[in-house]
Ligand binder design. Structure first.
Ligand code: 1CP
Length: 362
């Protein structure tokens, strides 16, 4: 992790308020003033104010409108008192600004005009021009100007998850085509993963330079990989994406779902904290990481719709598990389901903040 001087003057991390915010305390192994909590997909369809603002604007257009992206990022912070904002954008935004034909189809997800399946397809990919990230920089700058001491988390898609959409041409369940490609045409796979790592790395760096205080690399679909495939065909590319900000003093979180067998490899890719989905208890995740890695997670999103006492008991359990790790950032095990009652999230933040701090992770 780099030095503060590597950040531009006026960067939030250069002020004590943000540098000592609970999220950054926990991510850097300090005892936080309160347990930090935020939610993946905290911005978005669960919020009526989001649905109102987005009405009539396509998803990717909203991501590239700095005023709108900034406002959507701030909405859940105002409403829920979460300990971090996550920048409102998408893992395919760097693809779009690089000039790849991609859209987000409502109810489906990212869809490409033409899937990328051969060495020739990969060679024809446009390179991302750094200036094309200016709307992202502007949106981040506007956001941190409003956030005060609350840190902004920047993010990007990890090369495997990004490449999975590119090779399949859209969402898929088993990610068969990219998993075939890494064996059937390893040179083309490598070139594609390197493109994705450069593009996601530039997206991360732009967010940090403009004011993000931590980053998360989303490898949402890495759980479909065997450990051997992850180590042989994926890890170095995720490491390259994370290395794009390694000279800057921002903690790096690495998240995926179904990654119980991959946690140590994901840490070794260059992460300060590992995000765990709801399938694996945090105490077991910490054991698999040798008890020396900060964890993030892992409230089961399904329980957000259960009776409050059931949810509360589950959350107490998650906090007990998190206390086994050298630091714990409370989050869901995956994103907020669109139908979630936002009041449950607000109540959950207050509940987590009210629990006594004990153990190592809290
Ligand atoms: O129709 C709509 O309103 C768009 C829904 C939506 C939203 C709100 C999409 C389409 N993306 C987003 C925002 C988004 N995407 C954020 C915002 C910040 C926040 O967390 O509050 C983030 C971090 C992402 C990242 C993202 N996009 C991931 C990784 C995180 C995860 O949930 O696993 C992935 C896999 C995507 C792809 C994507 N974009 C959108 C959808 C519906 C999907 C998933 C499609 C699929 O199932 O494959």
């Amino acid at each position: 992790t780099g030095s503060l001087e590597a950040l531009p003057e006026g960067h939030p991390l250069r002020s004590a308020g943000t540098a000592d915010a609970p999220l950054l305390q926990a991510l850097t192994g300090r005892v936080p003033d309160r347990r930090p909590v935020w939610f993946m997909r905290q911005a978005g369809r669960s919020l009526p104010e989001y649905r109102a603002l987005r009405a009539g604007t396509a998803m990717l257009d909203s991501c590239l409108d700095p005023a709108m992206a900034s406002e959507i990022t701030l909405q859940p912070v105002r409403r829920h008192d979460v300990d971090a904002a996550i920048f409102f954008s998408d893992i395919v935004v760097p693809m779009r600004v690089a000039g790849v034909g991609v859209d987000i189809v409502p109810g489906r997800g990212p869809v490409l005009d033409r899937p990328v399946r051969t060495a020739a397809d990969v060679a024809a990919l446009p390179e991302l021009d750094d200036a094309a990230l200016d709307p992202i920089r502007e949106a981040v700058a506007r956001t941190v100007a409003e956030l005060g001491a609350t840190p902004l988390i920047g993010f990007a898609g990890a090369p495997f998850t990004v490449a999975a959409y590119m090779v399949e041409g859209g969402p898929s369940r088993d990610h068969l085509l990219p998993r075939t490609m890494m064996h059937a045409d390893p040179a083309a796979w490598r070139a594609l993963a390197e493109w994705a790592a450069r593009t996601s790395g530039a997206f991360l760096r732009a967010q940090v330079e403009a004011g993000a205080s931590a980053v998360q690399l989303f490898d949402s679909w890495a759980g479909s990989l065997s450990l051997a495939d992850y180590e042989d065909h994926v890890l170095e590319h995720s490491a390259a994406a994370l290395a794009a900000v390694a000279d800057l003093p921002v903690p790096r979180i690495h998240f995926g779902t179904g990654t119980g067998e991959l946690l140590a490899a994901m840490r070794d890719a260059g992460a300060d904290a590992v995000g765990v989905d709801y399938r694996l208890p945090l105490a077991e995740a910490s054991r698999r990481l040798g008890g020396r890695t900060v964890l993030q997670g892992n409230i089961d999103p399904a329980l957000l719709a259960a009776p409050w006492e059931v949810l509360a008991e589950h959350v107490r359990d998650v906090l007990r598990g998190g206390a086994e790790a050298p630091g714990h950032v409370v989050n869901l095990g995956h994103g907020v389901p669109p139908g979630t009652d936002p009041q449950v999230l607000t109540d959950l933040v207050a509940f987590v903040h009210d629990q006594p701090l004990d153990g190592r992770g809290a």
